[in-house]
Design a protein. Structure first.
Length: 133
């Protein structure tokens, strides 16, 4: 094992856990048995001498997303009292996933690095409780 690494936690920096891209990452990490079009897309699961402990959730409702949007809007704005902001996004196609994706809110939370670390610890704890992956 290189440099003492025993396990790897994948922390995808996606906006939402309710997307096909997130499910692709879960497939690549070995957390789902199959993925539609995996062969066509030439997706291959990760392999090696270091165990994959899991995949953290995406950014979902993390406050950092709201802060990024607010910063970008402020940078573009010339007269906020006379302007409107319209956000356009594309979520997943299946209705149930789209409903979860759309239902997420941008609530205040800790900083991104702290959030990723907490998610990684939770993923490692769950892997240990389930006997590893």
């Amino acid at each position: 094992m290189a440099a003492g690494v025993r396990q790897i936690v994948v922390a995808p920096l996606f906006v939402s856990s309710w997307s096909d891209h997130y499910e692709q990452v879960r497939f690549l990490a070995g957390l789902r048995p199959d993925y539609p079009h995996a062969e066509h897309m030439k997706l291959a699961r990760a392999s090696g001498s270091v165990a994959l402990a899991g995949v953290t959730p995406a950014m979902d409702d993390h406050a950092l997303i709201a802060a990024i949007l607010a910063d970008r809007a402020r940078a573009l704005s010339q007269d906020p009292t006379r302007e409107n902001l319209v956000l356009v996004a594309h979520g997943p196609n299946p209705e149930d996933e789209a409903a979860r994706w759309s239902g997420q809110t941008l609530l205040p939370d800790d900083r991104a690095a702290e959030w990723i670390e907490a998610q990684a610890k939770r993923t490692l704890q769950q892997a240990g409780a389930n006997g590893g992956l």
